[in-house]
Write a new protein. Structure first.
Length: 296
């Protein structure tokens, strides 16, 4: 694949599309949680995505192969991915999309802290330290003003924080283990391949699998499998492979803002001054964290 040193019109359009997909993602999860038990829903999503990604890789002429010495890291990244989405789907069953988005998309904050101590070349610079402080202030502000004019819950917010930590751990394993030698789509295949059975097994402890299931919930499940996981994540990985990672990552600040907007627009969730302050703080922090260091 030809590598570009800057974002062109095609890249910008696709990057905005992927951001839009991830922005509406949590709204769709919350809607489907009404019809399906959240952990069971997460497991079905991973299983469906596994077959979609497998088929896409085979169609591209690169059928999945387990590289020597990567099985252990693959299982580990799959377990971290399982924890991430178990927490996220339970969070959205208990708190609002608005609150969950602010907390969940603070992931770069936690990854930056982990990377400072555990990843070579990921030391926290002055700009990153400022970003960490601002993003952390946003998360703290959101938790301190939890439920102000809304319907959030402490349990749901804690699950959202657990999901953010699980996401950071997943990213760390993908970069700091034998998974770093594996192509991005194979990494994703490990994640969904392991998490599918794990989440289905865990779902036995969270009540009946089916709630008030309707066709809307089935359509949401298909959207999650095909568009969000198989399509959106592969598109994101393609963008990272083609364009500068710092440029692609710098757009991550849009996702929590879009999620807040979709939660307000589509679900009628209240967005007061406290939420806006928290969302802006997290977004500004993400911009500073993703900002590339200046060349001397």
């Amino acid at each position: 694949m030809e590598r570009r040193d800057r974002l062109d019109a095609v890249g910008l359009g696709l990057l905005l599309l992927s951001t839009l997909i991830f922005g509406i993602n949590q709204v769709v999860i919350k809607v489907v949680d009404v019809g399906l038990q959240p952990v069971f829903f997460a497991g079905l999503r991973s299983i469906g995505a596994f077959f979609c990604i497998w088929g896409w890789m085979a169609w591209r002429g690169r059928p999945p192969r387990i590289a020597h010495g990567t099985a252990g890291a693959g299982l580990l990244v799959g377990l971290a991915f399982s924890a991430e989405f178990l927490c996220l789907f339970l969070a959205l069953d208990r708190t609002t999309v608005v609150m969950s988005s602010i907390i969940f998309y603070s992931m770069p904050l936690w990854l930056a802290v982990i990377g400072h101590f555990a990843l070579p070349g990921e030391r926290v610079t002055g700009a990153k330290a400022a970003g960490l402080a601002v993003a952390f202030a946003g998360v703290a502000w959101a938790l301190a003003h939890r439920g102000a004019g809304g319907t959030g819950s402490l349990g749901g917010d804690i699950f959202a924080l657990g999901a953010a930590l699980g996401w950071a751990l997943t990213a760390y394993i993908a970069r700091g283990s034998a998974m770093a030698r594996v192509r991005p789509e194979m990494q994703l295949l490990w994640m969904v391949g392991v998490s599918g059975p794990v989440l289905i097994g865990a779902s036995f402890f969270f009540g009946p699998w089916v709630r008030a299931l309707e066709w809307l919930h089935v359509a949401g499940l298909v959207f999650q499998v095909v568009v969000v996981v198989a399509g959106g994540m592969i598109l994101w990985l393609w963008l990272l492979a083609r364009y500068p990672a710092s440029t692609v990552a710098s757009f991550s600040f849009l996702t929590p803002l879009l999620s807040i907007g979709f939660g307000w627009l589509l679900l009628g969730e209240p967005v007061g001054p406290e939420v806006l302050i928290a969302g802006v703080l997290v977004a500004v922090g993400l911009i500073l964290i993703a900002r590339p260091p200046r060349r001397r």
